[in-house]
Design a protein around this ligand. Structure first.
Ligand SMILES: *Cc1c(COP(=O)(O)O)cnc(C)c1O
Length: 392
């Protein structure tokens, strides 16, 4: 029986991958090595810096094309994009939305912004996404379909949407989740904020179902702040565009707005950055996959820990490389992170499960044994694109 690698073993392995040149080693830094400067400067030169402009139109077209979907709407950030997507689907007060508790808090916040109630479900270890088998068993136990609408028997509220999250870029088992959603008449919104460029069953994330992306500074490509909704449905596309642009009816000069809506438009300056970043995305994904491979090689020599690999039948963008301990004591995470931070290697744990945060502690929830266990065993390692370039 071998013991778990010590914090100094883990530090040494990270240094073996990342080298000594960079200190501190951060989790994820952006890289601007293409047309970013030229495109942003052209906005300033033309005066088109704000919420309309050629780069906004182009970025929407480019994102949709990249995902193989017909439509995209770009927004100020990913949280607003999820909010708009849910609202466009008719989600509102008194509705429940199924989400994993093991996600960034914005997933739940966006549901609340839409007026609805996050209902937490458990995840699986291979993808860190919603566990299809547990979800299916849970729905059979707690839900019933009445007049075509799935109702939570305990709360008597409609369950409207299933929102899988592709954690750290690894796609969940979307084929199985989509089948469950179909059986229970649930709409799907994929929180794909971390998974731009990942594919599942040879299909790009965003091609088959409505998906939301984020271009925050820490994501695989960035617009400073930004988000997008990608959809296959022309009507939903119009609805989302309308909702995110203050519900203004197009007219040369008149200000006629037909409902209370949002100003969630992405400014042209940010879209200019996005167009340049998207040109580089295939190259960035190659670098990140090479970095992950190097981590996998080096860490395979350590005992009791592994680097998480892309689930079968998927191709991950490896947004954040993830170290998983086989088992962990209650102090493992704290001790390891303390040691790494002392040596200026700024690794992070996975999020504290959302259902344990004060504002969500009374929400409806499935049993969450995997979520609770995994949260103690995960550390994200330095994953910047620049670190992977030397391994391409
Ligand atoms: C980044 C992120 C979001 C929110 O995106 P913002 O652009 O920061 O609003 C939502 N969900 C997950 C899982 C994320 O990682």
């Amino acid at each position: 029986m071998t013991s778990t690698a010590t914090p100094s073993d883990i530090l040494a392995a990270i240094k073996a991958v990342c080298g000594d040149e960079k200190s501190p080693l951060v989790l994820h830094e952006p890289l601007f090595s293409g047309n970013e400067g030229d495109y942003v400067k052209s906005c300033i030169d033309d005066g088109w810096v704000s919420s309309v402009g050629a780069f906004v139109d182009r970025f929407e077209k480019d994102i949709a094309a990249f995902c193989g979907a017909p439509h995209a709407v770009v927004t100020v950030n990913g949280t607003c994009a999820i909010h708009a997507a849910l609202t466009a689907l008719g989600v509102g007060a008194g509705d429940e939305v199924l989400i994993p508790s093991l996600s960034f808090v914005a997933t739940a916040n966006a549901v609340v912004h839409a007026g609805a109630i996050p209902h937490f479900v458990d995840v699986e270890e291979i993808s860190l996404g919603i566990d299809p088998r547990a979800l299916n068993a849970y729905l059979k136990e707690i839900a019933v379909i009445k007049d075509g609408q799935t109702i939570n028997k305990t709360t008597n509220r409609p369950i409207k949407v299933l929102m899988p999250v592709h954690v750290f870029g690894h796609p969940c088992q979307m084929d199985k989740l989509a089948q469950i959603a179909q059986e229970w008449n649930l709409s799907i919104v994929e929180d794909a904020t971390e998974a731009l460029g990942s594919t599942a069953q040879q299909t790009p994330v965003g091609k088959n179902h409505m998906a939301v992306f984020s271009f925050n500074g820490n994501k695989i490509i960035t617009t400073g702040g930004g988000g997008a909704i990608v959809t296959q449905d022309e009507q939903l596309h119009h609805r989302i565009k309308h909702l995110t642009t203050t519900a203004k009816q197009p007219h040369k000069w008149a200000f006629y707005h037909d409902e209370v809506a949002f100003n969630y438009r992405m400014p042209n300056l940010n879209a200019a950055l996005g167009c340049a970043q998207l040109e580089k995305l295939p190259e960035y994904i190659t670098a990140k996959r090479a970095l992950a491979k190097k981590y996998i090689d080096i860490f395979s020599k350590l005992s009791g820990v592994t680097i998480m690999q892309e689930p079968e039948n998927t191709r991950s963008n490896y947004w954040l490389v993830t170290l998983l301990a086989d088992t962990a004591t209650d102090t493992w995470l704290e001790e390891t992170l303390t040691h790494l931070h002392e040596h200026k290697v700024f690794c992070r744990p996975i999020w504290q499960p959302i259902h344990t945060l004060p504002m969500y502690s009374k929400n409806p929830s499935a049993p969450l044994p995997r979520t609770t266990d995994l949260a103690k065993r995960i550390i994200n390692l330095p994953s910047s694109v620049c670190l992977g370039q030397k391994y391409v």
